[in-house]
Design a protein around this ligand. Structure first.
Ligand code: ATP
Ligand code: MG
Length: 242
């Protein structure tokens, strides 16, 4: 579903991604972790072309991301993305946040889009809030709206970049619960997070990055088995967050 092959990226002379190769199969949940500045956000943003890269290849559902001929709006509509800071449209109601792209990008009728939005809001527990504006919601509620908005495009995969790290602790679980459900339903997911409880529960594989490199890419059980880890860096990282 998502193939990242030998991807490198530089900002000027600074190499932010160094020969990164990994993949996410259909229905697979891959957690990406690693120290601050290791390139996690940059890597995940290359997948839906929010960040260009200079070397290597990324293929999403048969579409080559780096190819100049690729229809980027179409690609982005297929791959939902949820960010740390929600990034909802502040001047639009929750309902309008969920219907805008369905109408503009997918060409759905307003009624059909609203119907889909209501179903998704119900699913994330926010049906009663559809007329509110993002500023009237808690962080956890806003993040659930952001997830519902991404799902409204019927994505074939979802990317998450530290979706809970800006939330107050008591709101983390309401967002993780939605993500766990999504994973259990078989959604293909690439998730940058340090929530190792989430990783243990639903991840199939864990990728560990350091200094722009993928230094671990192992199945979940191997990642959490300290004796099986190859890199000292990952061992040290895990000892701090577990
Ligand atoms: P964090 O855990 O703090 O979110 P990260 O692993 O997501 O970190 P990135 O945001 O991908 O890391 O950044 C990787 C490196 O690239 C960092 O050293 C960062 O300073 C650098 N970087 C990011 N964006 C730019 C930019 N636009 N220009 C120059 N350097 C950048
Ligand atoms: Mg980041």
């Amino acid at each position: 579903m998502i193939e990242i092959k030998h991807v490198s990226k530089w900002y000027g002379s600074f190499q932010v991604l160094a020969d990164c190769t990994t993949s996410v199969a259909k229905g697979e949940v891959v957690v990406v972790c690693g120290p601050s500045g290791s390139g996690k956000s940059t890597l995940i943003k290359t997948v839906n072309a929010l960040e260009p890269f200079q070397e290597g290849e990324i293929v999403v559902d048969g579409i080559s991301v780096g190819d100049a001929k690729t229809d980027l709006p179409k690609l982005r509509s297929k791959v939902g993305m949820v960010f740390q800071h929600f990034e909802l449209f502040p001047h639009l109601s929750v309902m309008d946040n969920l219907t805008l792209a369905q109408v503009k990008v997918l060409g759905r009728g307003k009624d059909e889009a609203a119907e889909r939005a209501r179903k998704l809001l119900d699913r994330v527990g926010l049906k009663a809030h559809q007329e509110k504006f993002p500023g009237q919601l808690s962080g956890g509620q806003q993040q659930r709206v952001a997830i519902a908005r991404a799902l409204s495009m019927d994505p074939i995969a979802m990317l998450f970049d530290e979706p809970t790290s800006a939330l107050d602790p008591e709101m983390v679980n309401e967002v993780l619960d939605v993500m766990v459900d999504l994973a259990k339903e078989g959604m293909t997911m690439m998730v940058v997070t340090h929530e190792m409880g989430f990783a243990r529960k639903v991840a199939h594989r864990v990728v560990f990055m350091d200094g722009g490199k993928i230094v671990e890419d192992t199945d979940k059980d191997a990642f959490f088995d300290p004796s099986a880890l190859r890199s000292e860096r990952a061992r040290h990282f895990l000892s701090k967050i577990l």
